[in-house]
Design a protein. Structure first.
Lengths: 113, 112
């Protein structure tokens, strides 16, 4: 059974720092991996999608990498801003059966001005 | 931009009521999903649908049913609401497996 883990559960950094969020998964049989952000009381906003054949994806100040063989992905945020404060979740789309997404528990990020 | 719209942001229902949660997407997506999100348990898949009139159980289907009569609309039904169904319900859609999943803003349901 696929399991997705995000460590740490919470992270607090000063504004302007570059930071890395981690995501690990137990089964490499995936179609893709997706990163989301969630603001309090809201739905999830898609940030980046990396297909299993890709190594990384970039969007603005965000860069996501994928190492399928080791079961790891990172989300790099450059020059962090207070508006980046949110919970960040990763999810893998499994190949077997339903092709559903399995989510990590998220990392709650706080950027201090 | 993809728009996934959930009909209610907040809902309060009584135990035993039949509850309908509606979700509409405007991008002709094939796949639609219903998740619930609870503190400490994360997002859990209730039901999903590959296409009109097609549905599959997710990880926690007990106490729920779904309906997809039209491609753009996916409804979650709580047959007889119970207090343990108090939760945030999130609807999502995507064109297919290689595309990103897009979520609605969620419905926070309280069952008293």
């Amino acid at each position: 059974k696929q399991e997705v883990t995000q460590i740490p559960a919470a992270l607090s950094v000063p504004e302007g720092e570059n930071l890395v969020l981690n995501c690990s998964f137990t089964d490499s049989a995936i179609y893709n991996l997706q990163w989301f952000r969630q603001d309090p009381g809201k739905g999830l906003t898609s940030l980046l999608l990396i297909q299993s054949s890709q190594r990384e994806q970039t969007s603005g100040r965000l860069n996501a990498s994928l190492d399928k063989s080791s079961g790891r992905s990172t989300l790099y945020i450059a020059a962090s801003q207070p508006g980046d404060s949110a919970t960040y979740l990763c999810a893998v789309c499994i190949i077997q059966g339903a092709q559903k997404l399995v989510f990590g528990q998220g990392t709650r990020l706080t950027i201090n001005p | 931009d993809v728009k996934v719209t959930q009909s209610s942001r907040y809902l309060v229902k009584r135990t035993g009521e039949k509850v309908f949660l509606e979700c509409v997407q405007d991008m002709d997506h094939e796949n639609m999903f219903w998740y619930r999100q609870d503190p400490g348990l994360g997002l859990r898949l209730i039901y999903f649908s590959y296409d009109v009139k097609m549905k599959e159980k997710g990880d926690i289907p007990e106490g729920y049913s779904v309906s997809r009569e039209k491609k753009e609309r996916f409804s979650l039904i709580l047959e007889s609401a119970s207090t343990n169904q108090t939760s945030m319900y999130l609807c999502a859609s995507r064109p297919g497996v290689e595309s990103p999943l897009h979520f609605g803003n969620g419905t926070r349901l309280t069952v008293t």
